[in-house]
Design a protein around this ligand. Structure first.
Ligand code: E4P
Length: 217
């Protein structure tokens, strides 16, 4: 499973990218607001750091205006994935921008039927939102599983980008189900390295090492 950073925080992205664990980035209008940066400037900086797809989201609601915004965003860098909402107008824009050769990430996906339409409209990525479904007592992870089954049944090449990830459990479950990509905030990606038994084991090794009185360097 590929790992995208769900953030517009350039420093946090650069830190994770340096470790070689980052395959791409997703942003959205809320993350741009949080960054306090200009969308075109910050997205350009992110695209220069990360080689993989960087999703930048349109804010228009009507297809022609989405297409115009998408074309402008795509000019930022070759690795831009134009992010479009999963509405009827968004699907029209998806068809047009995909046909022009742009990468498109269809976002705000909350049902298997929506994901089916996104694939048929030529999306490169579909972003089902796990956390927001869980928040309303639905099962976000079962949506990932349903989309996986549907896409595999018919050989759709649209990649499943598990989004709205809130926990390390979401990450491992999405990987087990076979999501192609998961995008998560930097804190969740860092937390994937944690395990209490690792900390406990390290404490024990360091105590015993101190008793040996030895040094490696
Ligand atoms: C994905 O592309 C979205 O930017 C993101 O995952 C939304 O997450 P949230 O539901 O935590 O805002």
């Amino acid at each position: 499973m590929e790992l995208f950073v769900d953030s517009a925080d350039v420093e946090a992205i650069a830190e994770l990218n340096a470790l070689g664990v980052v395959d791409g980035v997703t942003t959205n209008p809320s993350l741009i607001l949080k960054s306090g940066r200009d969308i075109l400037e910050v997205t350009k900086e992110i695209c220069a750091i990360v080689k993989g797809p960087v999703s930048a989201e349109v804010v228009a609601l009507e297809a022609d205006a989405m297409i115009a915004e998408g074309r402008r965003l795509a000019k930022i860098a070759d690795n831009i994935a134009i992010k479009l909402p999963l509405t009827w107008e968004g699907l029209k824009a998806c068809r047009a921008l995909s046909d022009e050769g742009h990468m498109v990430n269809v976002t705000l996906c909350f049902s298997a039927n929506q994901a089916l339409l996104a694939a048929k409209a030529g999306a490169s990525f579909v972003s089902p939102f796990i956390g927001r479904l869980d928040d309303m007592n639905a099962d976000g992870m079962s949506l990932i599983a349903d989309i996986r089954t549907i896409y595999d049944n018919y050989g759709f090449r649209t990649r499943i980008l598990a989004a709205s990830v809130r926990s390390v459990n979401h990450m491992s479950q999405a990987a087990l189900i076979g999501a192609d990509v998961a995008t998560a905030p930097p804190a969740v990606i860092k937390a994937m390295a944690n395990h209490p038994l690792t900390d406990k084991g390290l404490d024990g090794f360091l105590r015993d090492w101190a008793e040996t009185g030895q040094k490696i360097l």
